[in-house]
Design a binder for this molecule. Structure first.
Ligand code: SF4
Length: 191
């Protein structure tokens, strides 16, 4: 399984399927436990992620790690990736065609890891899995089942950094994740 994740990472590093690679320093394939039970999906690499080639290593990443710590999880336990693997210039929103072009990588990572729970960080990740009339302000912290996958949308940690009012909401949603996972386990065992 590690091999598959490594293979996807090396394909990302040389990918030119959309124009995003042109302005980025490098691809950021995603990283974490190849047997993770929980897969976090953000929007795209920011400046620091582009420099380091790793996801969620800037301010938003520190906040993500803080919240993982609050529920007794570590970043090495989970897998962390993004909807697009190269940084959109100036941190603009990824375009629909860029998201489409990059989707096979994320799809292959999900297929290799088979997480119990997919956590969608922010609206760009949410719209890849849930209907476009959904609003994150209404749906955050709820669990959905789509095509056999359990998913939950949360606010993006960066949004909570810029809009202080969302910080506590995001922390409260994070605290629900262990219970969600336990519920998914009990459904799987018929409990
Ligand atoms: S963002 Fe995705 S599809 Fe576009 S060049 Fe990078 S890896 Fe390829």
């Amino acid at each position: 399984m590690n091999n598959k994740i490594d293979q996807i990472a090396s394909e990302v590093k040389t990918c030119q399927r959309c124009a995003l690679y042109k302005n980025a320093i490098q691809g950021v394939p995603g990283e974490g436990n190849p047997e993770a039970r929980v897969f976090f999906i953000g929007e795209g690499p920011g400046q620091e992620e582009d420099k380091q080639g790793r996801p969620f290593v800037g301010q938003a990443g520190k906040f993500l790690e803080e919240m993982l710590g609050l529920i007794g999880w570590k970043r090495e336990d989970v897998f962390i990736g993004n909807i697009v693997k190269h940084r959109p210039p100036g941190n603009r929103d990824p375009l629909p065609e860029e998201i489409d072009a990059c989707w096979p990588y994320l799809d292959a990572q999900l297929e290799a890891i088979k997480p119990k729970l997919i956590v969608l960080l922010g609206r760009h990740a949410m719209y890849r899995f849930l209907p476009s009339d959904f609003r994150i302000s209404k749906e955050h912290g709820k669990i959905f089942r789509r095509q056999g996958k359990f998913i939950t949308p949360l606010y993006h940690p960066a949004a909570a950094l810029y809009h202080g009012g969302l910080r506590q909401t995001l922390i409260q949603d994070f605290k629900k994740l262990p219970k969600m996972l336990a519920k998914i386990d009990s459904l799987a065992t018929g409990g």
